[in-house]
Design a protein around this ligand. Structure first.
Ligand code: NGO
Length: 526
């Protein structure tokens, strides 16, 4: 019998790199050649190669959905939409009536397996067909990202490719380590519109990430329409860093991409940064200033100088209106109140503000999230604290709050890769791809265990980031590392092994058209 072409691909990869093997418990064992299967990012909990010939997608392959769920049908359609352009095959999506035909891809929910949770899945690939099963639709959606990565990278191309669409037999059981696997995009320093938000959501979803935190306001810009305070966007929305063009989302646009995100099991987390980082609001409404005089618009990149007038009642009417309007168009349960870098208030004033705003957020049915500094105030039991630079984590943990880990020295993707990086900042130091991968949420701060950690988030602040190409260049490939830190088991993660998977992952990012940073220390595969 003729050797299968996939063997040649595996051999080619074997010559270029090596990676540890994974046993059924997910631990990395011996060093063997990288195969497409072992190049998954994030690495699954357990992966067992099967026997026999690969499964091959052909002109006859269809996707079949068990049961009558519309949601699962939509998820099947998502996979078909990935497969059709590059394979050129029709890839019909149908409900399964009776037995699945040979060579089918079958999707099934209702597994009832507690270990898998809402986002876990089981994937079985054999020559005769593919079965993807999960407790919930969200798990199927995550598993589909794995199917995409098991296929040749060309599957992500937008036009018909000449390739053999084969997947070697494998059995995968997979579920996330943390519930919160996020990215933050600052749309305030430079505005990034709906198309960019959707593209970013696609790239996050591809890496099994599930939160997009949007930094919607700062000194330089206010980016979300508030119908009861229209000057916020009229005046505050007009500016950006360096005098670049401003912009803002209408509430309809916001609701549109929030829905787009939800269809990909990504939760939008809106942030209105307060009481500091508020010059855009202070320049829009004189009455928000203690002296009753509107400030000048600001387009520099200093921090810490602005604050709402925390002793004036109108401030809380303003906050209540803003939180109410945004909460009403936000399907997810979170509202981020900022709280970072306030240099013009006493601790008492600051704490009083944070405590009141937390209650306002709760009164509109949302869970409050805030940067490190809020841990000095009295926190509600549900409030999440986003660690970035200070040592307030201990105060947060003492109050029983859980942490979102965004250490600036590792997870800030606005930091330069090295001294030659044309974009980005470096106040937290350069962050190479290795620095961005080689950290773990429970190793950075004393006394933190997985119990204290909700998850991981990679912020992209945009003082220097103006285009989608800029966003992609800074976020990728580091975002892939953050995705793995949030999803994969801690046990066995190592840079020595990861860099080989990343080398192959580069071919997928290229096929997706991502303008990623080709770090010279990685032997990127074409
Ligand atoms: C800090 C600051 C932001 C900056 C960012 C730049 C936090 C939480 N506040 O992070 O305003 O944009 O650094 O890296």
């Amino acid at each position: 019998m003729k050797p299968h072409p996939l063997l040649f691909l595996m051999l080619a990869l074997a010559l270029s790199s090596c990676s540890p093997n994974v046993d059924s418990s997910g631990a990395f064992t011996e060093v063997t050649p990288v195969t497409l299967q072992q190049a998954l990012i994030p690495m699954p909990v357990s992966l067992t190669p099967g026997e026999g010939n690969p499964f091959v997608i052909t002109a006859e392959t269809g996707i079949y959905v068990e049961g009558d769920s519309e949601e699962v049908l939509r998820i099947a359609g998502f996979l078909a939409d990935v497969l059709r352009p590059s394979t050129g095959y029709p890839v019909p999506v149908e409900r399964l009536a009776g037995e699945a035909p040979a060579g089918a891809i079958v999707l099934r929910t209702g597994l009832n397996d507690a270990t898998l949770g809402a986002e876990g899945y089981q994937l079985t690939v054999a020559e005769t067909g593919v079965t993807l099963a999960a407790n919930e639709p969200a798990g199927l959606f995550r598993g589909i990202q794995t199917i995409r990565q098991l296929l040749p990278p060309a599957v992500e191309q937008p036009t018909v490719q000449d390739a053999e669409w084969a997947i070697a037999p494998v059995q995968i059981t997979d579920y996330p380590r943390y519930e919160w696997r996020g990215a933050m995009l600052d749309v305030a320093r430079h505005f990034h519109g709906v198309d960019r938000i959707k593209r970013y959501i696609d790239l996050l979803a591809y890496h099994k990430m599930n939160r997009l935190h949007l930094h919607l306001s700062d000194d330089q810009g206010w980016r979300i329409e508030i119908k009861s305070w229209p000057k916020l966007t009229e005046i505050g929305g007009a500016t950006a860093v360096d005098g670049d063009p401003g912009g803002f989302f209408t509430q309809e646009e916001y609701a549109d991409f929030a829905r787009y995100a939800a269809e990909r099991y990504v939760t939008i987390v809106p942030e209105i940064d307060m009481p500091g980082h508020t010059n855009a609001a202070l320049s829009s409404y004189a009455e928000l200033n203690c002296d009753g005089v509107a400030t000048e618009p600001y387009t520099g990149i200093e921090v810490g100088f602005s604050s709402l007038c925390v002793d004036a009642e109108i401030t809380y009417r303003f906050v209540d209106d803003v939180v109410r309007e945004i909460a009403a168009i936000t399907p997810g349960p979170y509202f981020h109140i900022g709280g970072d870098e306030v240099e013009t208030l006493t601790q008492e004033q600051y704490n009083g503000f944070v405590e009141r705003v937390q209650d306002i957020v709760q009164s509109h049915g949302k869970i409050a999230v805030g940067w490190d500094e809020i841990a000095h105030a009295r926190l509600l039991p549900t409030t999440l604290v986003q660690h970035w630079a200070s040592d307030s984590a201990a105060a947060a943990i003492r109050q029983g709050a859980r942490l979102i880990m965004s250490p600036a020295t590792h997870a800030y993707v606005d930091m330069k890769y090295d001294d030659s990086t044309p974009l980005g900042l470096n106040w937290a130091g350069n962050t190479s791809v290795e620095d961005g991968y080689s950290w773990d949420p429970i190793d950075l701060l004393p006394g933190v265990t997985d119990e204290n950690v909700a998850g991981v988030e990679a912020p992209l602040w945009t003082e220097t980031i103006k285009t989608m190409e800029d966003i992609e260049f800074m976020a990728f490939p580091r975002m892939a590392g953050n995705a793995e830190i949030g999803w994969s088991p801690r046990e066995g993660r190592s840079w020595a092994e990861y860099q080989h998977r990343l080398a192959l992952h580069g071919a997928r990012l290229s096929a997706l058209g991502v303008n990623f940073y080709r770090a010279p220390e990685i032997s990127w595969l074409p």
